[in-house]
Design a protein around this ligand. Structure first.
Ligand code: SF4
Length: 565
């Protein structure tokens, strides 16, 4: 049982839990919520776990309700970086939070990881372990889009003992076991620590001071980090050293075991109103992790990594049946996918070990093994599992070009059987220089794709997710894109997100330097508020009108949709 304040109030717990987890999200006991997975994995490994969700961040007592844990405090900002959760691309404060009960905003602080750590440090010297995407993508010096500055590693600002980056199941159990047996927290795969001296045989990055000195030296540091992720990395920070140990590998069987844990798959009854992000995913299933796309603006490559790890069909089907047996199930499985749904089953003939930074750019790697057939067979099988299941559709979108490249013959089956009214895909842009900057080349013609979908089902629209303001993108290219799409689709799509230079992404480096870090080529970057608004207006009219409406139209990155990242 996971202890939480909603079921076990302050003072009623008669023992100290081994671990206390603190999260910026409302607690939902579901495998799409990272902290729930970590809590269940620790519980399964034999540790007692208490979970404090959305503590009152101006009241230190809110994190003291269970006193000190035996082993450590685990702190996460939640499923989304707290600054992205708070601010739109146009620096407006968002007026809702899909990861809070009732969608109510302001239940989590800005820079949640640091704030919660300070609350803990105000009363306890127990080790602090950071995890989740906010910690992961701020583990080294990074560009912070809200302050428009380079900030130092979050592990220093939060005075934590260790930071888990990427997927945390294996490192967090290792950390708990080491603390229990009194061992040091060093050398654990998938972690960053601060040491007084550098380890032997590590690649030394530019120092933190140099990385933070100016945009040019930040670029040098970033490229060392981005291209050297497979080894031990060390960076001097004042008189200490940040050390990153390579991420651990995960097998499909291990993924299966994490999803087989006894989640209740429910929002706590005390919340009354539901959590919007949970409503979106409660009948959907994560089939795999990782993404081979390597898009420059996206966090996944530096967070989850590109290696795709897929669950077995048996494990996924067990979860489908579990959902179908719930009393409130209405017959619709709304997604079986991951960051890109049709990457399920993707493999690499070189076992993901190579010196390339992307698998699909500038051309598809010959070692890549796509398996669209297997994914479509899985969807069909899932639908056949029970008469209660009427539809199995894909809500998260597909990468249309690799679908067509791998198995164009399967498009009819997909459109007829697995689309819920609209084919969603994310070409992002159509101008070649912008796509080059995004490191995203279309491997198949979008026009041809739309035409083939129309032939199969004239009444099924194709909805492209697009991006404005990415480095390399000008107002003329946005106007051309809107004219082209109006003509091609017969309407103007509204799913346009305005680029945000997220921490530790390639695009954030381009945004800072006005240069492609791979080629050195200068690129235009629209940084003015007026110019950014103008690019957006090509699809929306006035984006100033209403933050929430623009948000639901993708203005700010559709943060709930990024739940698995
Ligand atoms: S060998 Fe090819 S498919 Fe494998 S990781 Fe490298 S780029 Fe990707």
């Amino acid at each position: 049982m996971i202890i939480c304040p909603h079921t076990t109030p302050a003072g009623s717990l008669k023992f100290a839990p081994d671990i206390i987890l603190i999260t910026g999200d409302a607690y939902v006991d579901h495998p799409s919520f990272g902290v729930a997975v970590i809590a269940r994995v620790l519980e399964n490994a034999g540790f007692s776990v208490a979970l404090i969700d959305q503590p009152d961040f101006i009241n230190p007592a809110s994190v003291q309700i269970y006193g000190e844990p035996n082993l450590f405090f685990g702190i996460t900002g939640g499923n989304v970086d707290s600054m992205l959760n708070r601010f739109t691309s146009f620096m407006k404060i968002r007026n809702d939070d899909p990861f809070s009960a009732g969608g109510v905003p302001r239940n989590r602080p800005e820079r949640a990881v640091i704030t919660y750590s300070n609350l803990v440090r105000s009363f306890s010297k127990k080790p602090i372990v950071l995890g989740g995407i906010e910690a992961s993508m701020r583990r080294f010096a990074h560009f912070d889009f809200v302050s428009q500055k380079i900030r130092r590693s979050i592990i220093e600002d939060s005075r934590a003992e260790i930071l888990v980056y990427g997927m945390g199941e294996k490192p967090v159990v290792q950390i708990a076991r080491r603390l229990k047996s009194g061992e040091v927290l060093d050398g654990i795969e998938g972690t960053v620590v601060i040491r007084p001296s550098p380890p032997e045989e590590a690649f030394e990055l530019l120092s933190e001071e140099e990385a933070m000195a100016c945009a040019d030296s930040y670029e040098k540091f970033f490229m060392q980090l981005y291209t050297g992720q497979s080894g031990v990395l060390v960076q001097r920070a004042a008189n200490r050293y940040l050390v990153q140990y390579p991420r651990p590998g995960y097998s499909g069987a291990e993924m299966d075991s994490f999803f087989a844990l006894p989640y209740s798959r429910k929002v706590l009854a005390q919340y009354g109103d539901s959590v919007p992000a949970f409503e979106m995913i409660k009948n959907s299933i994560t089939s795999h992790r990782g993404c081979v796309s390597g898009c420059a603006f996206c966090s996944i490559a530096m967070h989850q990594g590109r290696a795709v790890v897929s669950r077995s069909e048996e494990s996924i089907c067990r979860e489908v049946l579990e959902i179908a047996q719930a009393a409130e199930f209405k017959g619709h499985i709304t997604d079986i996918g991951g960051a890109t749904a049709n990457m399920y089953g993707t493999g690499c003939a070189a076992e993901w070990r190579c010196s390339r930074t992307e698998c699909l750019f500038p051309a598809i790697c010959p070692n890549l093994r796509l398996d669209t057939r297997r994914w479509l067979a899985l969807l069909a099988h899932a639908k056949s599992l029970s008469p209660q299941i009427h539809h199995v559709t894909i809500g998260s979108g597909i990468r249309f070009d690799i679908f067509m490249k791998d198995f164009a013959e399967g498009l009819k089956d997909f459109v007829i059987n697995h689309v819920s009214g609209i084919v969603k895909t994310a070409p992002e842009h159509f101008a070649a220089p912008v796509l080059d900057a995004m490191r995203k080349k279309h491997l198949y013609s979008f026009e041809e794709f739309v035409s083939r979908v129309k032939k199969i089902s004239p009444s099924t629209p194709v909805l492209p997710y697009l991006m404005s303001n990415h480095p390399g993108c000008s107002i003329e290219q946005m106007r051309d894109m809107s004219a082209k799409l109006r003509q091609l689709l017969g309407y103007l799509p509204k799913q346009v997100q305005s680029f945000i230079p997220l921490p530790l992404t390639v695009s954030s480096v381009m945004y800072m330097t006005g240069r492609n870090p791979f080629t050195g080529e200068k690129i235009f970057v629209e940084r003015t508020k007026e110019g950014r608004l103008r690019q957006h207006e090509c699809f929306f009219g006035s984006p100033d009108a209403d933050t929430h409406k623009n948000r639901s139209r993708g203005d700010t990155g559709n943060i709930a949709k990024k739940r698995r990242r």
